[in-house]
Design a protein around this ligand. Structure first.
Ligand code: SF4
Ligand code: SF4
Length: 110
């Protein structure tokens, strides 16, 4: 009979396999990202959760967070935050794209 310990080990092994697979997929996706001075980052507001990760990694002060009203009246907070790219300051380095947990940022032509 399978013991709880066996199940736990199998679960950890499976979690590691999935994480490795997702990381590999992500690195393939990122290696095909365009970047450089002729590109600029773009935030899709709908996907942004205001987590601030992009702002933390951006060395060029090219990202600002602004407040928007919450969509759901069930949440007892007045506002949510969204990221905005300051186009002139953006160098096209792509760091923010790599940092964003929700894939809200993409690189577009200038
Ligand atoms: S691409 Fe680089 S410079 Fe531009 S906003 Fe993202 S992190 Fe900042
Ligand atoms: S990292 Fe992504 S989700 Fe977080 S604030 Fe920046 S754009 Fe929004």
């Amino acid at each position: 009979m399978t013991s709880t310990d066996d199940l736990k080990k199998r679960r950890e092994k499976e979690a590691l396999r999935i994480r490795t697979f997702l990381n590999r997929q992500r690195s393939v996706q990122h290696s095909s990202l365009k970047g450089g001075e002729n590109t600029v980052a773009f935030v899709e507001e709908r996907l942004c959760i205001g987590c601030d990760q992009c702002d933390i990694v951006c060395d060029d002060n090219a990202i600002e967070l602004y407040k928007v009203p919450m969509l759901s009246p069930l949440m007892n907070v007045e506002s949510n935050r969204k990221a905005k790219i300051i186009r002139d300051a953006c160098t096209g380095c792509r760091l923010c794209v790599l940092a964003c947990p929700t894939d809200a940022i993409s690189m577009i032509d200038r």
